[in-house]
Design a protein around this ligand. Structure first.
Ligand code: ADP
Ligand code: MG
Ligand code: ZN
Length: 473
């Protein structure tokens, strides 16, 4: 029998606020454990939460950027459970009236464009972190308690790992470009839970699903989906049924393992959070946020194609991050936009990767790159000299035109300078000259090579070839 895989994602994104969602403790990552906590975020009796407006603003921003309706009268709910990383014994979340509903993202698939529906986005607070020490003891860092999160829940609209990864890639870009989250997966700012079931190809009804928690890289999402889908199909083919459960993805062994049977909303004894008044968002407030949403990555991509005449592929690569797009636009304003795209995707990206630099690094400023590109396009230096100069800018912070000047790298374009060099090479290579005159084309390549060497690559090879042939007639 043929099976279809059905996937829904739940994505947690930490909001890019300076302070936590219900207190003024810092959200900075990587501080000494338990130095960014107070009575509110670790839930000491009697402490009262106060909602951070910036967190609300970012959640609304995310909703609008993802085409959602914003809930004008929303509310927080208390989700009760015990776990050592949650000292309060409950998490403030939103069950009944999430802040955003009914959005979507369009992704590219092999079969064309596909719309993935976003069921809702709700706000909640993060829990602390358990650290399983090498000493065999488990330590608890409460710094993350109360860091603001949004949870983005999709409909079960994906049918493959590629679709899920395409969605996550686009979602991550949108959250980055709108400043909602820094999306640093390695720091846990963006984590995905994968809900997955399989069903016989022609069946309408969805199968029983499992949920894999906290996948922290796109690669892990991809592998987990492939593994879990095959596992479920095997179970069904052996005549077993799928148990609805939460599973853990083991990144080292590349397997999913059962954690617990799936809990229901009832198990959490949800009730309206009594310490936070209902949240009323005025139309004016929502419209003001809508007006200030920056250009989204997909819009930017289309504009780059139209405005700068670069290819779809180039535009896609360049709009990968806000820093890269900004760097491109600033450089393209000072040099040929199409050449700029090629340099950034080719030489610049390559050299950045070799050196472990990111586009955020300010080591290369747009005017320096533009200067190099202009020298190459105007025929003042060769492309390979351009590459060398770029490396010098990155490694030794040289100024491109000064460096070219001081090291005599300008292409030779006066015959006065070129002619003696060519004559000299002819004089020194009688044998090759003779061979060429006897019809051996290879000898010409050899002579050309010698001349280019003598000019340190500063001659225009076509010009040299013409002059050389003329002299050898
Ligand atoms: P819960 O209440 O347990 O969180 P939801 O109905 O809210 O369950 O769904 C959670 C996630 O699981 C959503 O992303 C949804 O799309 C996905 N999902 C629901 N049913 C299935 C299914 N049968 N197969 C795959 N994914 C599913
Ligand atoms: Mg859920
Ligand atoms: Zn606090």
């Amino acid at each position: 029998m043929n099976y279809q895989t059905v996937i829904g994602l739940e994505i947690h994104a930490e909001l890019l606020t300076a302070s936590k969602i219900f207190c003024s403790c810092s959200t900075a990552f990587g501080s000494k454990p338990n130095t960014q906590i107070c009575e509110v975020c670790i839930g000491l009796p009697g402490a009262l939460p106060v909602l951070n407006e910036k967190a609300v603003r970012l959640a609304v921003t995310a909703g609008l950027a993802l085409g959602c309706e914003i809930t004008e009268n929303c509310r927080f709910d208390r989700k009760n459970y015990f776990y050592p990383d949650l000292p309060k014994g409950y998490q403030i979340s939103q069950l009944y009236l999430p802040i955003c509903k009914n959005g979507h993202i369009e992704i590219d698939t092999d079969a064309g464009k596909k719309e993935i529906r976003i069921r809702e986005i709700h706000m909640e607070e993060d829990a602390g972190k358990l650290i399983h020490g090498k000493d065999g003891e488990t330590h608890i860092d409460y710094n993350r308690c109360g860091v603001p999160l949004i949870e983005i829940v999709t409909e079960p609209d994906f049918s493959s790992a590629e679709e899920a990864v395409a969605f996550l890639t686009e979602l991550k870009k949108i959250l980055l470009f709108t400043g909602v989250s820094d999306c640093k997966m390695e720091e846990g700012s963006l984590r995905a839970d994968v809900n997955l079931s399989v069903k016989p190809e022609n069946s309408e009804a969805l199968g029983t699903r499992t949920e894999m928690k906290n996948l922290s890289s796109f690669r892990a999402v991809q592998k987990a989906i492939i593994y879990e889908s095959e596992r479920q199909i095997k179970e069904l083919e052996h005549g077993n049924s799928i148990i609805q459960q939460t599973r853990r993805w083991d990144e080292d062994r590349n397997v999913s393992l059962p954690m617990r049977t799936k809990e229901e909303a009832n198990d959490y004894k949800y009730f309206p959070e009594p310490d936070i008044p209902p949240l009323v968002l005025s139309k004016e407030y929502i419209e003001e946020i809508r007006k200030n949403i920056p250009e989204l990555p997909s819009q930017k991509k289309e504009r780059f194609i139209a405005e700068y005449g670069i290819t779809e592929y180039e535009a896609l690569v360049i709009t990968d991050s806000p820093a890269m797009s900004e760097f491109y636009e600033k450089t393209a304003a000072l040099s040929d936009p199409s050449q700029t795209a090629k340099w950034i995707i080719g030489e610049v990206s390559g050299m950045f990767a070799e050196r472990g630099l990111s586009p955020e690094d300010s080591r290369l400023i747009p005017s320096d790159l533009a200067e190099i590109i202009n020298m190459v396009t105007l025929g003042k230096i060769s492309r390979s000299t351009g590459r060398d100069v770029l490396a010098k800018v990155l490694d030794d912070k040289v100024k491109p035109s000064e460096y070219v000047e001081e090291n005599g790298l300008l292409l030779i374009d006066s015959a006065d300078e070129l002619l003696p060099l060519i004559k000299d090479v002819i004089g020194k290579n009688e044998k090759a000259v003779l061979q060429y005159k006897n019809g051996k084309e290879n000898a010409l390549h050899y002579l050309l090579g010698q001349i280019m060497k003598a000019t340190k690559g500063r001659a225009k090879i076509n010009e040299v070839r013409d002059v050389l042939k003329e002299l050898l007639k």
